[in-house]
Design a protein around this ligand. Structure first.
Ligand SMILES: Cc1cc2nc3c(=O)[nH]c(=O)nc-3n(C[C@H](O)[C@H](O)[C@H](O)COP(=O)(O)OP(=O)(O)OC[C@H]3O[C@@H](n4cnc5c(N)ncnc54)[C@H](O)[C@@H]3O)c2cc1C
Ligand code: FES
Length: 247
């Protein structure tokens, strides 16, 4: 579906992370699904940018975007009342499992996991939200998370009492108290998480892969259970055990 929508609300979470809320009725996105956001009308940058659903409540869709390059910078210049062209939702997304869950967000992994957290909360599934970033300033939406999670743990690599990476923080959690885990963050975080070989299924939201986001470039291909899969078409959510990060 292609839709031109108006930006109803713009929120700055920190100096390089912002949210755009739009009114988009008639969709029912799943956690992990994403939209292709048209950056502008010119050919430079030509590609649309894949951005996950961070929230969808009462027909209001929230996209949380971190400025990393030209496309996201142009998007950051949009203001309330401006138009936004969205294509999607894309990706297979994730069907909800009503099992006690551990959500592990590293850095920018917060956006799709916040949407999953909303769904779990609505379905009254007990869950813990573990969220780690490099600095305190990078920790966004702490209050929103704390309101809906049964337990929330925030860690940063650079300051505070809980000075550690999100993967090392898992070592302090009784993992056997959970039935399932979901993780989203930089590729390196997923690699380290895989090495922990947790005794429960872990579903990885793979976003840290660069490409067209629409099935054309194969730039997002990963080796999954012995076969090449495209993150944008076949994912972006995969069982972490099945991903071969060395290929
Ligand atoms: C399925 C999916 C969902 C995503 N959801 C979100 C989201 O909710 N919010 C959000 O802020 N971002 C999300 N991203 C990442 C986002 O699409 C990119 O950051 C964006 O396309 C960068 O565009 P740009 O023009 O600003 O940067 P570019 O100028 O294209 O690139 C700038 C730098 O960032 C690197 N880069 C670009 N894209 C990625 C990427 N995906 N992973 C790692 N490095 C990258 C480039 O290699 C380059 O070094 C998602 C990506 C995918 C694949
Ligand atoms: S990002 Fe181009 S095929 Fe998936």
């Amino acid at each position: 579906m292609i839709k031109r929508v108006k930006i109803k609300r713009k929120i700055w979470y920190n100096k390089d992370t912002f949210g755009l809320e739009v009114y988009f009725p008639g969709i029912n996105p799943l956690p992990g699904q994403f939209f292709q956001v048209r950056v502008g009308d010119s050919l430079d940058p030509f590609l649309n940018r894949p951005i996950s659903v961070a929230s969808y409540i009462r027909n209001r869709l929230l996209l949380i975007i971190r400025i990393v390059g030209k496309g996201t910078r142009i998007l950051s210049e949009k203001e309330e009342g401006d138009d936004l062209l969205l294509l999607g939702p894309f990706g297979k997304g994730l069907r909800l499992k009503k099992k006690k869950s551990l959500l592990i967000a590293g850095g920018f992994g917060i956006a799709p996991l916040y949407f999953l957290a909303q769904k779990l909360f609505k379905s009254r599934v007990n869950f813990t939200f573990l969220y780690g970033t490099k600095t305190q300033d990078d920790l966004i939406m702490k209050q929103d998370i704390s309101k809906i999670a049964n337990r929330s743990i925030f860690v940063t690599e650079s300051s505070g009492t809980k000075k550690m990476t999100v993967v090392s923080a898992i070592k302090n959690i009784d993992i056997n108290a959970y039935k399932i885990a979901y993780a989203c963050g930089p590729k390196l975080m997923l690699v380290e998480l895989q090495k922990l070989n947790l005794p429960i299924p872990v579903y990885a939201f793979c976003e840290d892969f660069f490409g067209c986001g629409c099935g054309l470039c194969l730039g997002c291909a990963i080796m999954y259970k012995g076969e090449y899969k495209r993150i944008c078409e076949d994912g972006p959510v995969f069982d972490l055990r099945g991903i071969d990060f060395n290929v």
